[in-house]
Each structure stands twice: as structure tokens, then as C-alpha cells.
Design a protein around this ligand. Structure first.
Ligand SMILES: NC(=O)c1ccc[n+]([C@@H]2O[C@H](COP(=O)([O-])OP(=O)(O)OC[C@H]3O[C@@H](n4cnc5c(N)ncnc54)[C@H](OP(=O)(O)O)[C@@H]3O)[C@@H](O)[C@H]2O)c1
Length: 244
């Protein structure tokens, strides 16, 4: 699929990795729906940056924990652009909690935002994709689902579910819609992580460096423009962590 004049919805694209993905798609000629929940100002700034590139863009707010909000956002996006050719599920909740302290609210927050929303968004956008006999869905997962660490159980379970969702959707939506996943390793560290955490990460990363959001954006571009003969695949972009 070529990106020129396609319409892409990237969740969580006001800033960080999602924004880098959105800008990469715009630079290849796509028009963008910038989704945000709290980062309104950053979303508006991203829209301006995309318009400067010469592409169309709008910012839409939705709390992905609510399936109503997900459906409303797709409705609004379709009213603006008339179609959605590409969905990138990048938004996510990532909260620390010790095993004994995990409460239902935290569980629901992760599972609803990181797993339920990608499903309902995919279901909603795939109607048009199937009608047009063309579409791409890319789920941003996490390479650590294969080597879980402690204190992030709901997050890691939600991301493991997202891998399962990628396989199931690929089957459901073939042959017209390709559904793939990208499993990032460390590409943009949390702001409060100091040198000790960074050193520990490098120790388990064969390529001995932190990646970049552009590494993920390039993999997204590959899933869209690089091939139409791939579905149900999950690509690790993790400096080799999965073989460590
Ligand atoms: N950063 C890394 O090194 C790394 C490593 C492994 C995997 N990943 C995966 O890559 C993706 C992007 O990473 P990131 O670090 O850029 O993510 P992030 O900064 O942790 O989160 C991205 C966005 O998700 C949105 N979000 C959170 N809860 C939401 C909700 N209930 N409804 C709607 N939006 C919500 C937030 O939007 P607002 O700010 O607008 O509220 C946030 O800006 C994520 O799926 C992450 O799990 C990243």
C-alpha cells in the first residue's frame, strides 16, 4: 500500500512514539487523525507540524478505556475524512503496581485501554477497509511480553493479549486487511528513569544501545509500504533483547 493520500488514525499520537509514527506517515503523503486523551496542546502542535508538511490533519480526543469513546472517535474521523485506511494502535497505559496491590480499577484501566480499545477500534475501522478491499492495522506491542519483569503485571498481560489480538484479527480480516504487530524494546525511556535503570537495560540489550522512536516509525512504514504479503506477524524492534 502506498501512503500518498491515505488516511491514518494513530492513537496516542500527540507526543513521544505515537507522534513520531504520525509524522513519518505524513511525510510519506498520508493525512492524519491525531488522537489524544490529556495532551490537547501537544496534539494541536502535532496537527500544525503535519499541516506544515502539506498534509491534512485533525486532533480528536477519546478516552480509550471507554468503547463508546472509541466508536465516537471513529465516527468523527469518518465524518471529517470519509475513510480510514490505516489504524496504528500505539496509545497505552503503563503503571507500576506490586502484585498484592493490583486492584480491579488498575487492571481494567490497562486491559481496557491497551487491549479492548484496539479491538473495538479495529472492528469499527475494518468495516470501511473491507468495503474498500484494502487496509492496514498495526499494533504496537512490547518485546518484554516474552520475558516479563515484576511490578507491571496488568501492562504485560494487556500487551500479551494484544499479540493474540494481532493473530486473531489477521485471520478475521484476511485477505483484504493486513494486521501486524511491532514489539518495541527500549526506544524512549520514561522521564524518571535514571542512569542505573539505563545501564541495566543496556546489559540485556545485545546491540548495546537504546533505540529511537524513528526505529518504530520505520517498522510501521515497512508494514504499510514495504509489503502487502505479511499478516499476523510481530516484528521485534528491540536491539535483540528477545534473543538475550
Ligand atoms: N517507549 C518505549 O521505549 C516503549 C517500549 C516498549 C513498548 N512501547 C510501546 O510503544 C507505544 C508508544 O510508547 P510511548 O512510550 O510513546 O507511550 P506512552 O508515552 O506511555 O503513552 C502514549 C499515549 O497513550 C495515551 N493514553 C494513555 N491512556 C490513555 C487512555 N485511557 N485513552 C487514550 N489515550 C491514552 C496518552 O495520551 P495523552 O498524553 O493524550 O493522554 C499517551 O501520550 C506504547 O504502546 C508502548 O507500550 C514503548
Amino acid at each position: 500500500m502506498q501512503l500518498k493520500n491515505r488516511v491514518a488514525l494513530v492513537t496516542g499520537s500527540a507526543k513521544r512514539v505515537g507522534k513520531t509514527i504520525a509524522l513519518a506517515l505524513a511525510k510519506r503523503g498520508a493525512n492524519l487523525i491525531i488522537h489524544y486523551k490529556n495532551s490537547k496542546k501537544e496534539a494541536e502542535k502535532t496537527v500544525l507540524e503535519i499541516k506544515k508538511i502539506g498534509r491534512k490533519a485533525c486532533a480528536l480526543k477519546a478516552d480509550l478505556a471507554s468503547s463508546q469513546d472509541c466508536l465516537q472517535m471513529v465516527k468523527e474521523a469518518l465524518a471529517i475524512f470519509g475513510r480510514i485506511d490505516i489504524l496504528v494502535n500505539s496509545a497505552s497505559v503503563y503503571e507500576e503496581a506490586r502484585f498484592g496491590e493490583i486492584r480491579e480499577e488498575l487492571w481494567d484501566q490497562h486491559l481496557n485501554t491497551n487491549l479492548k480499545a484496539p479491538f473495538f477500534l479495529s472492528q469499527a475501522v475494518s468495516k470501511g477497509m473491507l468495503k474498500n478491499k484494502s487496509g492496514k492495522i498495526i499494533n504496537i506491542i512490547d518485546s518484554d511480553i516474552h520475558k516479563p519483569y515484576k511490578h507491571y503485571l496488568p501492562y504485560l498481560v494487556s500487551k500479551s493479549g494484544m499479540a493474540g489480538l494481532t493473530y486473531c484479527l489477521a485471520k478475521e480480516l484476511a485477505p483484504y486487511v493486513q494486521v501486524n504487530g511491532i514489539s518495541p524494546g527500549p526506544v524512549l525511556l520514561q522521564k524518571d528513569w535514571g542512569p542505573k535503570i539505563k545501564a541495566a537495560i543496556l546489559k540485556v540489550t545485545p546491540l548495546k544501545k537504546i533505540g529511537s522512536p524513528e526505529d518504530i516509525a520505520n517498522a510501521v512504514l515497512f508494514c504499510i509500504e514495504g509489503t502487502d504479503f505479511m499478516t499476523g506477524a510481530i516484528i521485534p524492534i528491540d536491539g535483540g533483547q528477545h534473543i538475550e
